[in-house]
Design a protein around this ligand. Structure first.
Ligand SMILES: C[S@@+](CC[C@H](N)C(=O)[O-])C[C@H]1O[C@@H](n2cnc3c(N)ncnc32)[C@H](O)[C@@H]1O
Length: 394
């Protein structure tokens, strides 16, 4: 069996076993965390670090473990969503920015670039049936996972209001619409909406109408979409672009996709004196520990490698390097210059200082700094650690 096939089977098994886990989730499937940016763990815990070092010999990929159903692992995407993302906080800030800098209408059409499992897009669709979302990412496995696990939770019309594209943000029009095998779609609907015959019926008719499922190659350039009110790139995704020319090109594409009636581009960035070093932060959740690891920081290229690990308590298992990114840590003025060069009319910074990491370990522990709000700033004194939203107004 090929490695990919093996992984697929393992992934399917983990989906089946998902219901048996008791994760810290609200009924919509989100972490109940109103503060945006849970992306950087806020706890530095030396005991856990020692525990991690001692247990490093545990291999999460052995055949023996694959054969034992009691050791079934949750999907890495589920763990990521629960520990890294807080879409509700991001959405409320984006709506506030839109009303402040554009105004005159409610934002309805979102594009989430670097969307991964498009959790934010699916959250966006809730509560207003006029809302639509577009997601774009290079990772087909993450997009497929979204189709199977996130969109069915939105409700009957979820699939008709979201379009996911597989491709590169630098060539967005060449990205391809993600299709879903109709049989798999029906299966996921019946699993998530068991007993709701009306909703399942509506979705079945959507599948037949949508030729997307029939056609392998529907490109974004051939897919008519209303101008976007908001385009976002979260969890430091712009750091995946390493060259200035790429950043400007990406911002140009974003500006072109925004509505001619006005729209905003929103991204995030982290920084501070502690961010230009090797870093290891951990945060405990009821059933697992999330570890953020940043390698040495190259001050000439401003590059580093980020790895996300998950330690599952019940299974005594580790998912090391579940996600790994090579990042160039851009500075705020670099981002502003590139946005302006790409044609944005104005650029705004909303910043919050994060609690000093060593201080957190000594005193407050997990959750420290959650209540600190973002403030608009034109000047900001360097801190141990900060997070920022950057808003480009088209
Ligand atoms: C740090 S993750 C962020 C995922 C999600 N936006 C979030 O908020 O958690 C970065 C994502 O960007 C995607 N990515 C990296 N480079 C890309 C590119 N050039 N075009 C499209 N997606 C890209 C990766 O596949 C990954 O899903």
């Amino acid at each position: 069996m090929g490695k990919r096939e093996k992984q697929k089977q393992k992934h399917q098994r983990s989906q089946r076993g998902k219901g048996s886990y008791n994760f810290h989730q609200d009924e919509d499937g989100d972490i109940d965390d109103t503060a945006p940016f849970s992306s950087l763990p806020e706890e530095v815990d030396k005991d856990l670090q020692e525990e991690e070092e001692d247990e490093d010999c545990v291999d999460d990929n052995t055949d023996e473990q694959e054969q034992d159903p009691s050791l079934d692992m949750p999907s890495k995407f589920l763990l990521y969503q629960q520990s890294v993302q807080s879409p509700k906080g991001d959405i409320s800030y984006m709506q506030k920015f839109f009303l402040m800098y554009v105004g005159g209408r409610m934002p309805l059409h979102l594009q989430e670039d670097f969307c991964g499992t498009a959790l934010l897009s699916t959250e966006w669709l809730r509560g207003d049936s006029r809302k639509t979302a577009v997601g774009l990412d290079l990772d087909l496995e993450a997009l497929d996972w979204c189709m199977e696990n996130n969109i069915p939770k939105v409700g009957a019309d979820g699939f008709s209001r979201i379009s996911l594209f597989h491709g590169n943000v630098l060539q967005p029009l060449q990205s391809k619409l993600v299709k879903m095998d109709p049989r798999q779609l029906i299966e996921s609907i019946s699993l998530t909406q068991k007993g709701d015959d009306v909703q399942a019926g509506v979705l079945e008719s959507n599948i037949q109408e949508g030729s997307a499922a029939e056609d392998d190659k529907i490109f974004k350039r051939d897919f008519p979409l209303p101008g976007r009110d908001i385009i976002c790139a979260f969890n430091y995704s712009c750091c995946c672009l390493h060259k200035r020319a790429e950043l400007v090109l990406y911002f140009r594409h974003a500006r072109e996709a925004l509505s001619s009636k006005g729209g905003i581009f929103v991204m995030d960035l982290y920084g501070g004196s502690s961010s230009e070093n090797k870093l290891r932060l951990q945060r405990r959740f009821p059933n697992f520990t999330y570890v953020w690891e940043q390698d040495e920081f190259d001050i000439i290229q401003r590059k580093t490698r980020i790895s996300l690990h998950f330690h599952l308590k019940k299974q005594h298992r580790k998912l090391r390097h579940a996600f790994s990114y090579s990042w160039r840590l851009w500075t705020l003025p670099e981002i502003r210059d590139c946005l302006e060069e790409a044609g944005f009319r104005s650029v705004h910074f909303w910043i919050r200082a994060m609690p000093d990491s060593t201080e957190i370990a000594r005193t407050e522990g997990f959750g420290a700094g959650k209540d600190i709000k973002y403030e608009e700033a034109t000047s900001f004194e360097q801190q141990d650690s900060w997070n920022a939203y950057i808003v480009g107004v088209a």
